[in-house]
Design a binder for this molecule. Structure first.
Ligand SMILES: [Zn+2]
Ligand SMILES: [Zn+2]
Length: 220
């Protein structure tokens, strides 16, 4: 099958992984399996579109896999308290997926002259309150801000997970160095499409941004 950004190809990738014996799961469940179990952590950063995220969540439900969806609280394009966004996030959760925090505490703190630690705690509290959930997984947002004064990804080099009540940091070496990590950031598979990596490594973290994927056309 030719690689593309269609849901058809996404389904192909997931099916390929299932055929090869991988369990596809959210961050919060990794510790439930022995080291010998091949697995893929499915990670989705919701940068812009909850509509696309919900479409992907429904497809994954059909295929019997679950993922972690990382949600922003400062996104200019969606708001967790808005009616339709709230409903979409609740549906994603009801489909069995994990909701994590796509945090921006370093960026937001720098712009507003506030301490990143406090910003992080408020971001997490907002998401937990909005959806009435407990958040245990976090992933830094914003590869675009590499040129800025700091990076959200540096947060856990300065603070511990315990300080903010988080169990899983998506950029922890356990998930980026001790297992194969690939990403479709910028709409490009830097190391080739995910389907080429499945079967080559016993454990992977695959970051798929729902905003790049579509049914028939990217403008749909
Ligand atoms: Zn492919
Ligand atoms: Zn992001």
């Amino acid at each position: 099958m030719t690689c593309s950004w269609t849901y058809e190809h996404y389904r192909f990738c997931i099916a390929k992984a299932q055929d090869q014996g991988y369990i596809l799961l959210p961050f919060k469940e990794v510790a439930s399996y022995p080291e010998s179990q091949p697995l893929i952590i499915l990670r989705h950063d919701i940068d812009r579109s909850l509509t696309r995220a919900l479409a992907m969540a429904r497809i994954e439900r059909e295929l019997g896999v679950r993922a972690t969806y990382f949600v922003r609280v400062h996104a200019p394009t969606y708001n967790v308290f808005e009616y339709n966004a709230y409903r979409a996030l609740k549906e994603i959760q009801s489909l069995g997926h994990e909701i994590g925090l796509h945090f921006e505490a370093v960026d937001f703190g720098h712009i507003n002259g506030e301490a990143p630690l406090e910003v992080f705690r408020r971001e997490k509290a907002v998401l937990e309150t909005a959806l009435d959930i407990t958040v245990v997984s976090a992933a830094a947002h914003g590869e675009h801000s590499r040129s800025g004064p700091g990076h959200n990804r540096d947060f856990f080099q300065c603070f511990t997970k315990e300080q903010v009540g988080i169990k899983y940091d998506a950029y922890d070496t356990a998930f980026t160095k001790e297992m194969k990590y690939i990403s479709d950031s910028y709409g490009i598979w830097q190391e080739g499409c995910m389907c080429n990596h499945i079967g080559k490594y016993p454990r992977l973290q695959i970051l798929v941004h729902p905003c790049w994927w579509f049914k028939d056309h990217p403008f749909e």
